[in-house]
Design a protein around this ligand. Structure first.
Ligand code: HEC
Ligand code: HEC
Length: 256
């Protein structure tokens, strides 16, 4: 947003200075001072094209992006503030209550789940998320999950049909991290019988999940293969609305 506003601000500021001189009221003064800041910064050191507008600790910033990328935000709410499902806690106080080691362990190993999950459970991420990413997530949680610019989850196109919405949901809900782009699968899950997380495309998948109903059932209930460090299919019932499940299925049907 700041990036978009900058060019008009510079133009307006310059025009303001040339045409009306120094005193053109509060608004122009505001823009002019911005222009001055930019010019000074550029003169001091040639700035890269994507100069950050605010200063955020890079580790905390990386954690904020990872929090959205892995759909932590879809279950725990934006900024970990909860409110999505009564079964998923907010994370706003856990950073003070738990140590770095405890948080790292929870993210890598989950918190245990029944063989037949009937409600959302904390997934096992250790095989899917790198040590660096877990470290960043823990730093972000311990920093109190501050707002970081440009971390909005991908927008869902409206009025363009369920398959288009489903393709975006596949990213926003983090399916892509486990099932790969285009539902190709192949993410390592070494201790599981298949040794990798299954694809959501291809003949084998269509044979095992021939109907919308069968696909919807496994998305809603999840499917637990074994204990951590085995990665299982999360339970999305109560998290992903029924209409979004239908859109995800419509998208999966467009794949190979
Ligand atoms: C499918 C929904 C879901 C997703 C996605 C998810 N979680 Fe969780 N998480 C849960 C649930 C449910 C609990 C509570 C489990 C329990 O207490 O047994 C939980 C618990 C936690 C806790 C412990 C909270 C406490 O108060 O003890 C942390 C920390 C946590 N999650 C972090 C994360 C992070 C980081 C991510 C992203 C990498 C993530 N979660 C993704 C559902 C989810
Ligand atoms: C944490 C990793 C993870 C995430 C995130 C995840 N899945 Fe899964 N999913 C799995 C695993 C592992 C299985 C295999 C379960 C089994 O074999 O019983 C699976 C199975 C499935 C299946 C059945 C296919 C099969 O061969 O068993 C479907 C359909 C599916 N997932 C859809 C989704 C969708 C849609 C999303 C996003 C909303 C999603 N998954 C997110 C790990 C994940």
């Amino acid at each position: 947003m700041r990036g978009k506003g900058l060019l008009p601000a510079i133009l307006f500021g310059l025009v303001g200075m040339v045409v009306a001189g120094v005193a053109v009221g509060f608004a122009a003064g505001h823009y002019t001072s911005r222009v001055t800041t930019v010019t000074t910064a550029a003169a001091a050191a040639p700035a890269p094209a994507t100069q950050p507008t605010t200063s955020v600790d890079p580790t905390v910033a990386a954690g904020a992006h990872t929090f959205v990328q892995f759909a932590c935000a879809q279950c725990h709410g934006a900024l970990g503030r909860g409110g999505v499902s009564p079964d998923v806690p907010a994370l706003t106080t856990v950073g003070r209550a738990l140590t770095e080691q405890q948080l790292t362990h929870i993210i890598n190993h989950g918190l245990g789940e029944s063989k037949n999950p009937t409600k959302p459970y904390m997934p096992v991420w250790g095989e899917v998320i790198s040590g660096t990413q877990v470290h960043d997530l823990v730093a972000y949680i311990r920093a109190g999950l501050p707002a970081v610019p440009d971390t909005q989850p991908v927008a869902i196109p409206q009025g363009q049909g369920p398959a288009v919405a489903g393709a975006a949901l596949y990213v926003r809900d983090g399916c892509i991290n486990c099932h790969g782009p285009n539902g190709l699968g192949g993410v390592a899950n070494p201790l599981s019988p298949d040794k990798s997380i299954p694809p959501l495309s291809g003949g084998g998948f269509r044979h095992d999940f021939p109907t919308d109903k069968a696909i919807a059932a496994v998305i809603r209930s999840g499917s637990v293969i074994g204990r951590a460090p085995i990665v299982s299919m999360p339970h999305w019932g109560g998290i992903i609305p029924a209409q979004d499940v239908q859109s995800l299925i419509a998208y999966l049907k467009t794949l190979k």
